[in-house]
Write a protein that binds this ligand. Structure first.
Ligand SMILES: NC(=O)c1ccc[n+]([C@@H]2O[C@H](COP(=O)([O-])OP(=O)(O)OC[C@H]3O[C@@H](n4cnc5c(N)ncnc54)[C@H](O)[C@@H]3O)[C@@H](O)[C@H]2O)c1
Length: 247
């Protein structure tokens, strides 16, 4: 166990829950922020039944004030924060010609504004307290335009990769690193539920590695990027895409 503390956003299910579990296994105390507070509480209770090492927080990542409230709640509980993982996100399969203004704005709000506000609130806190680690969950779609996830999603994730570099440069001298991970399609419920079965078969057949990715491995990469000795990696993006995109 360590004294280290991480906040994972969107931790109620999917990759976020995997992130919470892997950070917890690495000895962290874990705050799980999500709009689905009941599900976040279930994951927290599974990790730490007495609540001493896992804390569920109601957090809407579209709101800067909500990030500030989460920061204060974590400090009240544990008196320190070492890392933030901006994981919360949403995707919606819509043909590019049909994306509405509301759908576009919603994707930008949840996937990109969230990263802006998370990096502002926690970047400032880390900078004032000797350093810290931020890991932003981007996406292969943000690099290659995506296939099944929608143009608004792909555009928002491209923005995540760019904001990662902007914050990395801005915060480097204060010992704060900001990095991204770009997963390709993972073996997660959201992928099976949102991609029609015939399209999913085609998608998997097109992955050079021949299978969907592992959320646990993506979480392990986040743990590595959040480590204390990870201070020389910043502004980077770690690709986890089964060979779908190489650069
Ligand atoms: N599933 C994949 O294959 C895949 C691939 C690449 C990138 N990603 C990215 O990984 C991240 C996690 O995706 P997932 O597959 O676990 O999706 P998911 O839909 O299963 O989980 C997303 C979580 O974010 C939460 N959330 C949504 N809006 C929120 C808000 N406004 N405030 C706080 N929490 C909110 C949801 O409640 C949910 O718990 C996302 O950023 C996604 O874009 C996923």
């Amino acid at each position: 166990m360590t004294d280290r503390v991480v906040l994972v956003t969107g931790a109620a299910q999917g990759l976020g829950a995997a992130l919470a579990r892997r950070f917890f296994a690495a000895g962290y105390r874990v705050a799980l922020g999500d709009v689905r507070i009941d599900m976040a509480r279930d994951v927290a209770a599974e990790l730490s039944p007495d609540g001493s090492r896992a804390l569920a927080l109601e957090l809407d990542v579209c709101s800067k004030a909500a990030f500030e409230t989460a920061r204060d709640a974590i400090l009240a509980a544990w008196q320190r924060i070492d890392a933030l993982v901006n994981n919360a996100g949403r995707s919606e399969v819509v043909p590019v010609m049909d994306v509405t203004a509301e759908q576009f704005d919603r994707a930008i709000d949840v996937n990109l504004r969230s990263v802006l506000f998370g990096c502002q609130v926690f970047g400032r806190y880390f900078a004032a307290h000797g350093g810290g680690r931020i890991v932003n969950i981007a996406s292969l779609a943000g690099q290659n335009g995506g296939t099944a996830t929608g143009a608004h999603y792909a555009a928002s994730k491209a923005g995540v990769l760019n904001l990662t570099k902007v914050f990395a440069r801005d915060l480097a001298a204060q010992g704060v690193t900001v990095n991204a991970i770009s997963p390709g399609p993972m073996d997660l419920p959201i992928v099976h539920d949102s991609v029609p079965a015939d399209l999913l078969d085609k998608l998997v057949a097109g992955i050079p590695a021949g299978r969907l990715g592992s959320a646990d491995y993506v979480a392990d990469v986040a743990v590595l990027l959040a480590a204390e000795h990870a201070w020389f990696t910043t502004g980077a993006c770690w690709d986890v895409n089964g060979g779908l995109f190489m650069r």
